[in-house]
Design a protein around this ligand. Structure first.
Ligand code: BV8
Length: 235
């Protein structure tokens, strides 16, 4: 087993204190997803959408990576084969734990995108609508996140990694959002083994060879020890 693809979702950051989307008290509960995470929402009420992301960006300063992020960063450092961590999360906790072979397929809170020329630049803590682009000067800077209906980032890189994967591991995601929710099927189709580490059964659990239920901060460090050969797999 040499090539790993790991998909993470909001559940890996839950124990760091960042709300998930579809659990009790999830982020969307304060807002209908259509009101804050679609191009139409941005056009209709830019102030609401920018404020939604400003609050989440500012929350980053109050949270830390948890043992699950730390364990994946250790795996990233020590794994001799190919490894790609694909995260649906827009927080920076994987980076702050030290992960480098990382791809944010739904964008990043700490980045801002020019809706006109496509240039990305570091986002200020508060990004008011109408902020001018440093490259083209248009007042068109927006949160650099992938809204529903928009193309996720890095799809070609992800598909190529899935085609070569020997093991696909999904951590902390409900399997509610595509195309991420379909990665397990793509990996299986290419012959990879599939493992799910999640607090609850997900919409995609049926597609996994194995599902382990529990908090990421416990399951992920234990799995990383196992896969690095420190511990024999449980009987
Ligand atoms: C696309 C932005 C074309 C930033 C997000 C029908 C109608 C309309 C559209 C569609 C449709 N069917 C499919 C679609 C496409 C649509 C979609 O999937 N809609 C769904 C709702 C049906 N998808 C899109 O529009 C995507 N674009 O399809 O373009 C295309 C297709 C293929 C190839 C190229 C192009 C764009 C989707 C991106 C939307 N943007 N975020 C932001 O604000 O965050 S999605 C949003 O949901 C977040 O990114 C989040 O990461 C993501 C998924 O949620 P999860 O991470 O899974 O979080 P959730 O709360 O749901 O679950 C948490 C899980 O953790 C739970 O299972 C829980 O048990 C577990 N957990 C909790 N605590 C712990 C834990 N696990 C372990 N330990 C714990 N302590």
């Amino acid at each position: 087993m040499h090539n790993l693809v790991i998909l993470t979702g909001a559940g890996i950051s839950a124990e760091s204190g960042l709300a998930t989307f579809r659990g009790p008290g999830g982020l969307w509960e304060g807002h209908r997803v259509e009101d804050v995470c679609t191009p139409e929402a941005l056009a209709a009420d830019a102030a609401l959408v920018h404020r939604f992301y400003d609050l989440r960006r500012q929350a980053l300063a109050t949270v830390q990576p948890n043992p699950a992020h730390e364990a994946l960063a250790r795996l990233d450092r020590e794994w001799p084969g190919e490894l790609l961590i694909v995260t649906q999360n827009v927080d920076d906790l994987h980076e702050r734990a030290g992960a480098t072979r990382l791809l944010h397929m739904h964008g990043e809170l700490k980045s801002a995108l020019c809706a006109l020329c496509g240039v990305r630049q570091a986002s200020p803590a508060v990004l008011p609508p109408g902020t001018e682009c440093g490259a083209c000067g248009a007042p068109a800077m927006r949160p650099d996140v992938v809204f529903f209906g928009e193309m996720p980032l890095g799809i070609e890189v992800i598909e190529a990694a899935l085609a070569r994967a020997d093991l696909f591991v999904s951590i902390g995601t409900s399997g509610a959002v595509y195309p991420a929710a379909g990665f397990v099927q793509t990996a299986r189709w290419h012959g990879a083994k599939t493992l799910e580490l999640n607090l609850d059964p997900s919409a995609g659990s049926v597609f996994f060879d194995e599902s382990r239920m529990g908090p990421a901060s416990a399951l992920v460090p234990a799995w990383v020890d196992e896969v690095l050969g420190i511990l024999a797999p449980p009987r």
